[in-house]
Design a protein. Structure first.
Length: 245
């Protein structure tokens, strides 16, 4: 499903669409939990006695970690409140990262930390592979001369490539004035987040466009055309509508 990457490819987008915290954040979380647990220890506890008698203890260094300093000192210590604070803290960190980074692919993703719907919405293996590879930048991948003869297979060229039927673009929602990202990314961010949601009217066109992108960028691969791109979700929505009636 993830064919098309390379061993030095960035994992930032993949971590984001799967909502996996970075190893740095996981380590910081463990440090914060350790420091909070230490605060609740009795004064005659061995660890408390050792930390007070050894000025240059590791605990002193851990307390200087930014996540420990940012945690409210008056906040009640409970698992649920800590988990809620960590979610907000991680979201704030990601928002700051988006404001400072120039990485096109991560800025094109949803700004909210949650699993991207492209990973669980009804789709065939081929459709889901294209959705993920587009997010990762593996479609188009390294630019190469396009078979249309009008440019290279870059993200910007694919949006105007004559090999993609223009009628398909007319089926997609139009980005608002001033939108600077790619049309496909805008549409992907409009997909419903519920796995049981009805298939949006633009789904078939979106999957067909990505299929054309895939064929343009990988002309030597033989593609299975047994089913129309996007048909899995369409069939599921139709079956649900019949059952409800």
């Amino acid at each position: 499903m993830l064919v098309g990457g390379h061993r030095t490819a960035s994992t930032v987008v993949l971590r984001h669409i799967t909502n996996l915290p970075s190893m740095t954040f996981r380590a910081d979380t463990l440090v914060l939990k350790f420091c909070l647990r230490f605060e609740g220890l009795p004064d005659d506890c061995l660890l408390s006695l050792l930390s007070s008698s050894v000025p240059s203890s590791l605990l002193t260094q851990l307390r200087k970690r930014q996540i420990v300093l940012d945690y409210p000192s008056d906040a009640p210590i409970s698992s649920s409140r800590l988990a809620s604070w960590l979610r907000r803290y991680r979201q704030d960190q990601f928002h700051s990262f988006l404001q400072s980074t120039s990485q096109v692919l991560i800025r094109a993703c949803r700004p909210v930390l949650r699993v991207d719907p492209i990973l669980y919405l009804p789709a065939s293996r081929a459709d889901r592979s294209r959705l993920i590879r587009w997010r990762m930048g593996w479609i188009p991948g390294k630019p190469a001369p396009c078979s249309c003869g009008l440019g290279d297979t870059s993200r910007s060229h694919l949006m105007v490539c004559t090999l993609v039927p223009s009628a398909l673009w007319c089926c997609l929602p139009v980005p608002p004035t001033g939108y600077v990202g790619h049309h496909i990314d805008y549409v992907l961010n409009l997909l419903p987040v519920s796995a049981s949601a009805r298939c949006p009217p633009f789904w078939s066109a979106l999957c067909q466009i990505l299929c054309h992108f895939d064929k343009i960028c990988h002309p030597d691969i033989e593609y299975n055309s047994s089913s129309l791109p996007g048909q899995v979700w369409i069939d599921k929505s139709s079956a649900s509508a019949i059952d409800n009636h």
